[in-house]
Design a protein around this ligand. Sequence first.
Ligand SMILES: [Zn+2]
Ligand SMILES: [Zn+2]
Length: 373
Amino acid sequence: MIDTAVRQPEPTTFGSGWMSGVLSTALGIVGLFAVLCFRFSRLLTVPELRALYPLPYIRALLHLVLVGSFVLGTISVCLRRRKVLGMAGITMTLVAALLGGSRVPVEGQVGRGPFLGLDWFVLNLIVYSAVFIPLERLFARLPEQPIFRRGWRTDLAYFFFSALFLQVTTLLTMKPAMVFFAWAAHAGLQESVASQPFALQFAAILALTDFTQYWIHRAFHVVPALWRFHKIHHSAEAMDWLAGSRLHLVDVAVTRGLTYVPVYVLGFAEAPLFAYVAFVSIQATFIHANVRFRFPLLRNVIATPQFHHWHHSAEREAVDKNFAVHLPVLDALFGTYYMPRDRWPASYGLSNGEPVPPGYTRQLMYPFRRRST
Ligand SMILES: [Zn+2]
Ligand SMILES: [Zn+2]
């Protein structure tokens, strides 16, 4: 009897202490990370962001977050038989409080040097989950798919490390172009490109990057040595806003590094370039999301969730289709467009059931293992 009771999954309905436990843990993590960012700002925060923070407001908010985590953790511990969620939230709040809580001093004068983007992770997590979780609940393409679906820990690890190693990935994106293509950069050309209207530069960056990216993406699918890395992205069996984060570091470095070459050579201005980076991170998240919007008027102009969901389909006829990230016209032009009008893929993942291990570290090592195909 005891054995059955232990094995039975605890309810996750309202009043079971599950929601308060999850919220307590999430707020506990955010609170603890925020306190760590204050304490070790030189190491853990992005220099460009430090100057922008309205500190008094952040401290007030941090106070509310820590109190919220503690109260919700206590509620969860009272309601729930398994105390682990509530206790995790409470423990993190206590550790955050011991480190100084919302009154934690900011580490002295900060300079430029190696840093980790822990604050970038916290900000991204707050903004993306606040936008996409309600959006996916309200307009779910698969309403029965839970927030904490299979593989969410793996994908959250990708989300975490890509934000944490922001400096490394930015460097890997920009440095190779600057080192190997400095000879191709001409000041006169760059000046005339940078002086064009914002909208024109933005559109040009979008078209140029997607053209380059289309062929790199296609190569990642057809060259076996590259597919080892890219199949990690396709190993996701559930599509949602977090699934798009699952990208091997080599995939990220090669794709971004090569895509940046023409952008660097032509010398676009900073404003349209930043606007493009913001746009691509939002769009790349959105096209993976578990949402049912079809965008009948826009679907042939810009990549939609339905378009990219077909790229992730496990159905044979959809394999090696829809490589574009922004412009489906590229797939139409090069013969890889696939979009049944009113259908969505029946399942996602690798079409021939190739085994990819779960977990960030194992997936990081996977392409280098001799027996992987
Ligand atoms: Zn792909
Ligand atoms: Zn994808």
